[in-house]
Ligand binder design. Structure first.
Ligand code: FAD
Length: 225
């Protein structure tokens, strides 16, 4: 509560360390208390999180992306799955395979969600964003995007971290609007549809009004000493 952390995530292929430092410092209000540090990372995950008697958890197992951070969730999942598969006497390969398959499933779904943020960008004002817009994407993500574009349908795999609301928020937020909608909508009159949407709006407003404001919450639970 005594300081604010600032960072800038950049791709070294499109921006030098010095350019990044300048951009970061130009966006910091007040006098910095430290020199910016460059932290390099390579995106990816280990082929096997569990190999023989060694299990990689957290940053030791890989790193996806810092802005939509998911490491803490992945750490929790690794611990839970390790407990579920805890060997009693010998380490059977079935335990490891199950663990590794589940962690790979998790990492690939998160990868798709992160790639989505960059790929569906409307920005074309730099080489970096032009690359993202046109870059090859995983087939699993291409299928999800096509489904949404064609029908407004959001696909979510069972046990996947990011829910329908998260996928929808990024897709609509980045300007991806479906070309069609479900035909059942036509069975409702405009009035019915309006009433239905208003009931959702009222429900949200009622819930929001019953909660404390952000500043009241902070003052009550974590007031600076
Ligand atoms: C500003 C910020 C915000 C974040 N926000 C989120 C978020 O909202 N959600 C989310 O899921 N994740 C978030 N993360 C990421 C997440 O917090 C980290 O990825 C996670 O804490 C990493 O945990 P770890 O145990 O793998 O690694 P670390 O926490 O880095 O632990 C590694 C430990 O190993 C020790 N160590 C290193 N080398 C040696 C050595 N040779 N011998 C002995 N010990 C050694 C280090 O001192 C350290 O204690 C955020 C990270 C940052 C920096």
């Amino acid at each position: 509560q005594s300081r604010r952390g600032n960072g800038l995530v950049f791709c070294s292929k499109y921006m030098s360390d010095d350019e990044a430092k300048t951009a970061l410092l130009n966006n910091v209000e007040g006098k910095p208390i430290n020199e910016p540090r460059v932290i390099k990372y390579r995106t990816g995950t280990r082929r096997k999180h569990w190999n023989k008697n060694c299990v990689a958890i957290g940053l030791a197992s890989g790193f996806i992306e810092p802005l939509e951070s998911t490491s803490i969730h992945l750490i929790q999942q690794s611990i839970i799955r390790l407990m579920q598969n805890m060997p009693t006497k010998a380490i059977e390969s079935c335990y490891q395979d199950d663990f590794n398959n589940k962690m790979r499933f998790e990492a690939e779904n998160i990868r798709d969600f992160i790639v989505l943020h960059y790929h569906v960008t409307q920005r074309t004002d730099s080489d970096f964003w032009r690359y993202c817009k046109n870059m090859p994407i995983p087939e699993s993500l291409a299928k999800r995007l096509e489904l949404f574009k064609q029908s407004g349908h959001v696909y979510k795999a069972e046990q996947e971290l990011f829910g329908e609301a998260s996928w929808l928020q990024v897709m609509l937020g980045q300007g991806l609007v479906p070309q069609n909608y479900h035909p059942i909508v036509d069975s409702m009159s405009d009035d019915e549809l309006k009433r239905f949407l208003e009931s959702i709006k009222n429900h949200v407003a009622k819930k929001a009004n019953s909660l404390p404001s952000h500043i009241d919450f902070i003052n009550h639970y974590c007031k600076a000493k």
